[in-house]
Design a protein around this ligand. Structure first.
Ligand SMILES: Cc1cc2nc3c(=O)[nH]c(=O)nc-3n(C[C@H](O)[C@H](O)[C@H](O)COP(=O)(O)OP(=O)(O)OC[C@H]3O[C@@H](n4cnc5c(N)ncnc54)[C@H](O)[C@@H]3O)c2cc1C
Length: 405
């Protein structure tokens, strides 16, 4: 169902075709099945299989490596549509997208050849891992340590937390401390491409020393697993330092920060998607539900809510697409990506709550889709940098761009 607010139409023919295809997929395959996977908290394998067939794991991967070679703007449009269906579905793709971005931008040619073609088809999927039990925002406090062994491989020890796709992924782009004495501190970290067996909790053979404990039980964002990773003597070959040992050692922090910048556009697009869906549900319900002799949509207080929601959706979408377009044009977009993430994730929460209120008591019932959205939306305020951290990023970048001369 289209929203009543004017839909952003500035799309190329290719973007129109692909977003229409993904919207149809969301309407036919995701929305009708989300309630089941959410209730059972099980991995939506049949939906993921169809996503593979649609090529959605390779959207931004160059055609030369088997992907679609599309830009960030088109990717953001696709993520909006998937998230409108269910943000857990976009969660299966989002960490994969970060992993493929890291490889495309910083990987050696051998690493690209080795992983990207299989990533493009979704045969192997990627996760990324910065957070630990004692840190999330303060990335430089990472304790998980890498030590070079006599064999040349790196031995990794430590515990990671909140890894989306932590179990089902076959590659984890993991940020590890490799030089505890480095100054400045951000030069202490290396990004390793940790291979593992997808879907296996206790890895053996070449991947021995990596355990994935049972998934974390969550408020929402069900279906896609969030896990800890326990590295205990896990050996990572030197060639799996992102970019190769010579180019990539102790460069992991800046590589990850670069990936998080595009990741912020990605989360912003998820905010737009969930806000859009909340608006659609509110528009429908408010025209069906009657109080005091008329549909509630005819009460001005409800119309004002709809107006505020539609305005937020539109503004969030524009900010998101602008940040993506700047990035695609090769221009600086750090400030804009932070703004888009902050605004769109807050818009997601706002619209979901307003839609929930419009649903009255039924919003509290599991029979209604808005109940799931109400549990899902807060994730976007946290993942890839909380709203407080976004404000810090925006403030810092603003001052950099307007430094007193
Ligand atoms: C479902 C889920 C999936 C996730 N997936 C991943 C993943 O795939 N990979 C990964 O690496 N991580 C992942 N995360 C972790 C996520 O990135 C962190 O939770 C997030 O960065 C916040 O870190 P924290 O939870 O440690 O909170 P903290 O950093 O402890 O922050 C707690 C509170 O303090 C505020 N705060 C912190 N520092 C400051 C400051 N300097 N000034 C003002 N306020 C501050 C924060 O905004 C927050 O409100 C996921 C989290 C969740 C919930």
């Amino acid at each position: 169902m289209a929203a009543a607010a004017s839909t952003y139409t500035e799309k190329t023919d290719e973007q129109k075709a692909i977003t229409e295809m993904v919207r149809q997929f969301a309407d036919e395959q995701i929305i009708p099945n989300a309630e089941h996977y959410d209730r059972e908290d099980t991995f939506p394998a049949p939906i993921v299989e169809q996503m593979k067939e649609l090529g959605l794991f390779g959207v931004t991967i160059p055609e030369s490596y088997g992907g679609m070679g599309l830009d960030l703007t088109t990717y953001a449009m696709i993520v909006e549509e998937l998230s409108r269906g269910w943000i857990s579905i976009s969660g299966v793709i989002n960490t994969h997208f970060i992993g493929s971005h890291l490889l495309m931008k910083f990987g050696s040619e051998e690493q690209k050849q080795k992983y990207l073609p299989r990533m493009a088809t979704g045969e192997i999927r990627a996760a990324f891992s910065l957070s630990e039990p004692e840190l999330g925002s303060d990335v430089q406090a990472i304790k998980t340590a890498g030590r070079k062994t006599e064999s040349g491989a790196w031995e990794i020890n430590g515990q990671k937390m909140w890894v989306t796709n932590g179990l089902m992924s076959s590659l984890v782009f993991v940020l590890v401390k490799t030089d505890p004495d480095a100054q400045p501190r951000h030069r202490s970290f290396t990004c390793f491409i940790a291979e593992k067996e997808g879907g296996v909790s206790e890895n053996t053979g070449p991947y021995e020393g990596l355990k994935i404990p049972p998934k974390i039980k969550k408020l929402g964002y069900k279906g896609v697993e969030s896990t800890e990773l326990v590295f205990d003597g896990y050996l990572c070959p030197a060639e799996n330092v992102l970019g190769g040992e010579e180019a990539g050692l102790n460069k992991g922090f800046s590589q990850m920060m670069d990936a998080l910048e595009v990741g912020r556009v990605n989360v912003a697009a998820r905010g737009v998607g969930i806000a859009q869906r909340a608006l659609e549900l509110a528009l429908r319900y408010s025209q069906e539900r009657r109080t005091f002799g008329k549909p509630i949509a005819e009460h001005q207080a409800i119309q004002f809510k709809l107006a505020d929601m539609a305005t937020q959706v539109e503004a969030a979408r524009l900010l998101t697409l602008r940040a993506a377009r700047l990035k695609d044009a090769g221009e600086r977009s750090d400030l804009e990506a932070g703004m888009a993430k902050l605004f769109a994730s807050e818009a997601g929460r706002f619209c979901v709550e307003e839609s929930f209120r419009i649903h009255g008591g039924y919003g509290y019932s599991k029979e209604y889709e808005i109940e799931r959205l109400y549990r899902d939306a807060p994730l976007l305020l946290i993942g890839e940098g909380t709203s407080e951290i976004q404000r810090m990023v925006i403030g810092r970048k603003l001052l950099q761009r307007h430094a007193k001369s």
